[in-house]
Each structure stands twice: as structure tokens, then as C-alpha cells.
Design a protein around this ligand. Structure first.
Ligand code: PLP
Length: 402
């Protein structure tokens, strides 16, 4: 019999009752170190007092209005993001995929109102993940996610990640934009070389294309800069943001320059919930902390310390850990055993991580973890690797006996 929840996920059989910082607690009091952070969402951990206060205060005043009226929280959040980024304007959504949908529509509409209606194709990259709507699965191009869902939405040309010649070859008279994740998350924690991003910026400028970044996973401090493209010293024309911006409340945003947004006039796009007062109160509270002096420096320092411990772990377990990769606190451990086995072994040791492509386990802790959580992570990962080594030894013995 089908589960009352559509069974599109293989869920771990754990029920958490509450969370506190980087820790999750089950009903029977077991605790887990949460290095999934809701897949790069809970940037300030669970139940952060400032976010709880913002949400509960707003909950007593006003939950929802729709965009028929002005929403003060949205106006404030947009002003603050304009101040902190390349953007002049933005559209609020409830998820990453919706932020991408807005970005894709905006890129096409930009070319349309610029007198180039034929320019409606977008160059995307292998290994990309942009969401699960019809447009974003077409953009991502992953055959597994497209299979059985009918004709893929046309308008996307996919090339290998990091291959500049392939991008140049793909640019044609119908190209509108280039869409790229500065760091691919689901694709295996693969950071684009910063020089590659700079070259994409130059190509976009040369050919009159928009550079659209998907910073849904790598944005909002995750890499140690507010947005990952800052490492490359470039700015995009359009950028999709979600996950961390809401710290656990569903919020997304499509940020843009005034020029890129010029076709998105009244009536061209919409969302009932986008920019809802509850969401905006939490997102503003997230920014209160992420924009504090020293917050991002601290993310970079924490990343350095965690990476050092992970390098130590790799030395201790050369049969299990093949490589440490990533930026900031978007880290990946490529394992030499199936990554699912590593995730299971970690969970058995009281730590949560999440798989990605290329046999990688992602470590995505809250951005405000301290020394104690790094130590706890090291101990648990060390024990998980020990478990897996025991398994390998048992397999070898079995093989020898056979
Ligand atoms: N883009 C990237 C880079 C993502 O990692 C994700 C989600 O994992 C999405 C888009 C889609 O976001 P959502 O699941 O909120 O629709």
C-alpha cells in the first residue's frame, strides 16, 4: 500500500523531536551532530534564539498578506540585499527552484525586450542541479530526473563543467544566458575555478548574454563570503538564492541588476506566498547575524580548522577517504567505499551527512559551529572510518577464505 506521503524520498528511519545549534535530538534522547543542516539551509543551526524570537514576534502580528499590498519586511530585506550585493532589485520566492524559474524567465524576457526574441536558449553545465520543476530539471539535464516526465522543456544547451572551449562552441545566435553554480553542491561539491567564472563573465559581456548564477546552495556565507562569486571578483546579472537565506524558513530570491530585470514589469511574474511576512521576518533575522562584523571571517577560520582535521582523517584512513574538497563550510569527502556506506557509518556514530554525486559525502554544518563541534565531528568521522575499515578487513578475509 502506498505511503500517505508520496514515496519520492528514501527516508532515514529517524524522528527528531527538537534541535539545538548543530545537534538534533530524537524522542528517546539520542543526539546526532547535524552536518546536513537541512541540506545547507540551517546556517545558524537549529532553534537559534534570534530567529525564534523574530518568527514568534511576527507570528503574533501578521502571517500573510499576498503581494496585493506592501510588505515592510520584504522592503527591508530587499534594501539590505541591494546594499550587500551587486543587485538592484529582487523577486522573493519560497524555494530554490522557484528562484531559478524566475531567473530563467528573466533571462529570456531580457533578450525579448532587448529586441532579440530569438535569443531564448541558456547554456548550462553537466553535473548541475537547479531543482525539480520542469524547467529546472531541463536546465540540470540529469537524465535520471528527466526520465518519464515527457518532453524536456526546450532551451538548454549543456556543456562540461569548467570547459571554456565547450562554452564558446555552444554560444550561438539563439543564446540568451549562461547559468552556472559557482560551486556545484549535488554535483559532488565541485567548485568552478575562479578563473573559469571570470572567463564566463567576459564571454557573457562579449556576446551580450546574461550571466546567471545559482547560489542556492553555495550562497549566504556558506563559502566564507556572503556569495561565492565574490571569491572570483565578478558580479552576475542575475542570481538565484534560497536555502540559507531563510535559515530554515522556506525563502528564496532572484536577485538582478536593473538592466537584467528590465522586462519584468507589473504582471509578468508572481507568487502568492513569495515575500510573505513570516518568511521575511526570519530572513531579516538571518541577515542580522550573517552581516555582523566578523561572521564571515569566522566561517573562513572554522573552515580552515575543519579542513585541517579532515586532512588528518584522510591520513589516518587512506583506504576510506580519497579526497577532501569544497569551499568554506560546503565541504565534500570523496570516499573510496560507496558514499552511502559512509553516511550510514557516520549515522551509526551519531553524525549526519548527506551524499552527493562523484561518491562524495557532503559536510554542511551550520556556519556558527565552534571548536567543540569540530572535535565532535572528528571523533565521529574517525569512528565511522574505523567501522568501514573493519568491514573491508572482513571482506578481505572472506575473499581469502573463498
Ligand atoms: N539550486 C541548487 C544549487 C540547489 O542545491 C538546489 C537544491 O538542492 C536547488 C537549486 C533547488 O532548490 P529547492 O529544492 O529549494 O527548490
Amino acid at each position: 500500500m502506498i505511503d500517505p506521503i508520496l514515496p519520492t524520498y528514501n527516508r532515514v528511519n529517524l524522528v527528531f523531536e527538537r534541535g539545538e545549534g548543530a545537534w538534533l535530538f530524537t524522542k528517546d534522547g539520542e543526539r546526532y551532530l547535524d552536518f546536513t543542516a537541512g541540506i545547507a539551509v540551517n546556517v545558524l543551526g537549529h532553534a537559534h534564539p534570534h530567529l525564534v524570537a523574530a518568527l514568534t514576534e511576527q507570528a503574533g502580528k501578521l502571517w500573510h498578506l499576498s503581494n496585493l499590498f506592501r510588505i515592510e519586511g520584504a522592503e527591508r530585506l530587499s534594501r539590505r540585499l541591494v546594499e550587500a550585493t551587486f543587485a538592484d532589485t529582487m523577486f522573493f520566492t519560497n524555494s530554490g527552484a522557484e528562484a531559478l524559474e524566475c531567473a530563467i524567465k528573466m533571462a529570456r524576457k531580457y533578450q525579448y525586450v532587448s529586441g532579440h526574441p530569438e535569443r531564448n536558449r541558456i547554456i548550462t553545465f553537466e553535473g548541475a542541479f537547479h531543482g525539480r520543476t520542469l524547467a529546472t530539471i531541463a536546465a540540470g539535464g540529469n537524465a535520471k530526473y528527466l526520465e518519464g516526465f515527457g518532453p524536456a522543456l526546450p532551451g538548454f544547451d549543456q556543456v562540461p563543467f569548467g570547459d571554456l572551449d565547450a562554452v564558446k562552441a555552444a554560444i550561438g545566435p539563439e543564446t540568451a544566458a549562461i547559468l552556472v553554480e559557482p560551486v556545484q553542491g549535488e554535483g559532488g561539491v565541485r567548485a568552478a575555478p575562479w578563473a573559469f567564472l571570470r572567463a564566463l563573465r567576459a564571454l557573457a559581456d562579449e556576446h551580450g548574454l546574461l550571466l546567471v548564477l545559482d547560489e542556492v546552495q553555495c550562497g549566504v556565507g556558506r563559502t566564507g563570503k556572503l556569495f561565492a562569486h565574490e571569491w572570483a571578483g565578478i558580479t552576475p546579472d542575475v542570481m538565484a538564492v534560497a536555502k540559507g537565506i531563510g535559515g530554515g524558513f522556506p525563502v528564496g530570491a532572484c536577485l538582478a541588476t536593473e538592466e537584467a530585470a528590465k522586462g519584468m514589469t507589473a504582471g509578468t511574474h508572481g507568487s502568492t506566498y513569495g515575500g510573505n511576512p513570516l518568511a521575511m521576518s526570519v530572513a531579516n533575522a538571518v541577515l542580522d547575524i550573517v552581516l555582523q562584523d566578523g561572521f564571515l571571517e569566522n566561517v573562513r577560520a572554522t573552515s580552515g580548522r575543519l579542513r585541517q582535521r579532515l586532512a588528518e582523517l584522510k591520513d589516518r584512513h587512506p583506504a576510506i577517504i580519497g579526497e577532501i574538497r569544497g569551499e568554506g563550510l560546503l565541504l565534500g569527502v570523496r570516499t573510496l567505499v560507496p558514499n552511502g556506506e559512509m553516511v550510514d557509518a557516520m549515522r551509526a556514530e551519531g553524525m549526519l551527512g548527506v551524499g552527493a554525486a562523484e561518491n562524495v559525502v557532503r559536510l554542511l554544518p551550520p556556519l556558527n559551529i565552534g571548536e567543540a563541534e569540530i572535535d565532535a565531528a572528528f571523533t565521529r568521522l574517525d569512528a565511522a572510518c574505523g567501522r568501514l575499515e573493519k568491514g573491508l578487513r572482513a571482506d578481505t578475509q572472506k575473499g581469502a577464505a573463498a
